[in-house]
Structure formats: structure tokens, C-alpha cells
Design a protein around this ligand. Structure first.
Ligand code: KG4
Ligand code: ZN
Length: 340
């Protein structure tokens, strides 16, 4: 069954064609270069970019897949959470295609699409239950997944998402936007001799919730009081590398520790990880190291399926459709859509 997926929840405009878990095409273009000078995504700019590029991306995705709209059996679209104006573009296109070409329509929750995105890659065994860890710019959450689409929320961030903390720390250090890739690269230049003890927030012994606002503030104060020492001078490249390294280690340790705790509390030894922060090589290393001691294995999506993409939306939409999910032309953009 061929599914056409559409994703426009934030700054990526993406259309994909999938057949089950096989990705025939996954076209992605991003307005990220337009947001850089503002240090974060500007919703109006993101929406306008989607309007401008969605048709081109749609045509390219169909062409790359070697299929035509006639061959498509289902239209799947992200309907939340995300920026309302951005979501509306993808939903409008999906509804138009569904109506004009008489194809069924299914709305997909963006967080769930990240959660199950590891299944687009080969080698993920059907070993349910899994603990699922979603780490993106907007979300940080742990789930117990008993099957695809059968998940229970175990815990989530009480303030900032982990990707958001990467973005804010990069902003404090004047490293630009988005923060994740530049912090990972800068951290590699640290000698690791000067590990700054930034706080790791665990919110209680058995808590599976997260908090990343404290560490972000700790970095802010460190830069203001210790690094600048009141002079306002630019900090050295070596110190910036140490700050990135120490922040990254602390933030990622909490993710790994909590995911392992969730496994122990729920008697499983398999984790699926998804979302933009799942690209991070140090996170992958840490799960690998932790796995050697605990026997717990973490499965990651290929890097191209970590950031926002329509392949994960198409593929999950098909699974939902087969379970009986249906949407219609009343499908609404839901900026705060929760996982059910
Ligand atoms: O999943 P995503 O594309 O968008 C949301 O749904 O939020 O994730 C974007 C987030 C940004 O916060 C970005 O800084 C982070 O993923 N990110 C990274 C890396 N690459 C992107 N975080 C850590 N390390 C990276 N290499
Ligand atoms: Zn996302």
C-alpha cells in the first residue's frame, strides 16, 4: 500500500512516499537559514516558506518515488503538535489531495511519528514492549510502547525540551541556531580536562519526568560570572569547548539514565529513540556504553529520519489506517495535540 505523507509542523517542508516501512522518496526542504538571524524559528516566516515550497516538494517526492498520485492509496499528514500556521499549510494540501483524488486521509501526531521513526531503519527487531524516548526541539518524553500506536506516557519535561536547551545554550555562547549540531561539534574540541559540574536534574529517585531549564540557567550564570568575570569580554575558544562538552555530558546523561530506569521499572531491555537530538553521536555512544553494562539495547533511526521528515508521518499513517484510524475534511491543526 502506497502512502503519501506530508509534514509542515515547524520549519521543514517535507513530502514522502512510503510502502509499509520502505521509503520510496522523502523530500525535505527547510527554512532554517531564514530563522538563523533571529536565534529561533519565526512562525510567520515558516508558514510563508511552506506555502512557497510545498507544491515543488510534493512534485519532487512523487517524481523520486517513480509513482503518480493515482498509485497512492492514502494521504497521511501531521496535524499537531506544532506551529498552527505551519500545520495548516500541510493539512490544507493533504485535504485538497484527499478530496480531489478521492483518497482516504489520516492525521498523525508529530511526537508519535518521531517515537516510531526507528522502524524506518532496518535491524529494529519486533521486540515489544519497548521504552520509547522522544528527544526533539519541542519535546522530551518517555513512553512504554506495547505495539505501534499502543503507547503509555511515562514521563515528560516539566519545562524546556532537551533540544531547546541545546538551542538556548548555543545562543548564550553566541554560537548561532540551531544549537544541537554546533554544540556537538564544539564539544569535540574540548580537552575534557576541565569538566564544569553543571547540574543534572533528576526530579526525585524514581521520577521519569525531565527538567532542563536549571542547567540552561546554570550555563548562563557560569558564562556571566565565571567566564566573563564581569568584563563582558568574549570567552576563549577552549573555554567555550569545555562549556559545550560539560553541558552536553550532563544533559545526555540524564536522558540515558532515565531511559534505563524506565526499562528497569517496566521490565524491558529495548529502547527506541527518535527526534532531532537522536542525531547526536555522543548520545548514541552513551547508550552503547550503558548497554554493555546493562544489556539494554537502544535503537536509533538513520540520521536522515531524526529531524522532521514526512517519511515517518507516511509510514505511521499507514499503520494507523490499518488499525482503523480515519480523518476527514474537518481535520484541524492542533498546536497542542497530546499523545493519546
Ligand atoms: O525533531 P526536530 O527536527 O524538531 C522538533 O520536532 O522539535 O528537532 C530539532 C532539534 C533542535 O532543538 C536541534 O538543536 C536539535 O534537534 N538537534 C540536535 C542535534 N541536531 C539537531 N541536538 C543535539 N545534537 C545534535 N547533533
Ligand atoms: Zn519534530
Amino acid at each position: 500500500m502506497l502512502t503519501l505523507g506530508i509534514e509542515t509542523s515547524c520549519d521543514e517542508t517535507s513530502v514522502a512516499v512510503t510502502e509499509g516501512r520502505r521509503v520510496l522518496s522523502n523530500e525535505v526542504t527547510s527554512s532554517i537559514h531564514l530563522h538563523k538571524k533571529y536565534g529561533g524559528v519565526v512562525p510567520e516566516i515558516a508558514s510563508r516558506y511552506h506555502v512557497e515550497y510545498i507544491e515543488e516538494v510534493l512534485d519532487k517526492a512523487l517524481k523520486d518515488s517513480g509513482k503518480s498520485l493515482n498509485d497512492i492509496k492514502l494521504i497521511s499528514v501531521t496535524n499537531g503538535p506544532g506551529l498552527v500556521g505551519a500545520l495548516l499549510i500541510g493539512i490544507s494540501v493533504a485535504k485538497s489531495l484527499s478530496y480531489a483524488a478521492k483518497k482516504p486521509l489520516v492525521g498523525v501526531n508529530h511526537v508519535l511519528a518521531h517515537l516510531y521513526s526507528a522502524f524506518l531503519s532496518e535491524g529494529v527487531p519486533a521486540k515489544f514492549p519497548f521504552v520509547g524516548l522522544v528527544v526533539s526541539g519541542g519535546h522530551t518524553a518517555l513512553f512504554l510502547c506495547k505495539g505501534i500506536g499502543e503507547q503509555k506516557l511515562l514521563g515528560q519535561t516539566q519545562d524546556d525540551a532537551v533540544g531547546e536547551a541545546f538551542d538556548k545554550v548555543a545562543k548564550i555562547l553566541g554560537l548561532g541556531y540551531p544549537g544541537g549540531p554546533v554544540i556537538e561539534e564544539t564539544a569535540k574540541r574540548s580537552s575534557r580536562a576541565n569538566n564544569i559540574p553543571f547540574p543534572k536534574s533528576y526530579l526525585g529517585k524514581d521520577s521519569l519526568d525531565f527538567s532542563f531549564s536549571g542547567i540552561k540557567t546554570a550555563v548562563l550564570y557560569y558564562v556571566r560570572d565565571k567566564a566573563h568575570k564581569g568584563t563582558g569580554k568574549k570567552i576563549s575558544a577552549a573555554l567555550a569547548a569545555d562549556i559545550c562538552y560539560s553541558f552536553q555530558e550532563a544533559a545526555l546523561d540524564v536522558l540515558v539514565d532515565k531511559a534505563l530506569l524506565a526499562c528497569r521499572l517496566n521490565n524491558t531491555n529495548s529502547i527506541i529513540v527518535g527526534g532531532g537530538v537522536a542525531i547526536n553521536g555522543r548520545l548514541r555512544e552513551k547508550f552503547e556504553e550503558a548497554g554493555k553494562a546493562s544489556g539494554i539495547k537502544a535503537y536509533f533511526p538513520e540520521k536522515r529520519y531524526c529531524l522532521d521528515n514526512a517519511a515517518m508521518v507516511a509510514s505511521l499513517g499507514e499503520e494507523f489506517y490499518k488499525k482503523g484510524h480515519r480523518s476527514d475534511l474537518y481535520l484541524a491543526a492542533e498546536p497542542n495535540l497530546e499523545v493519546k
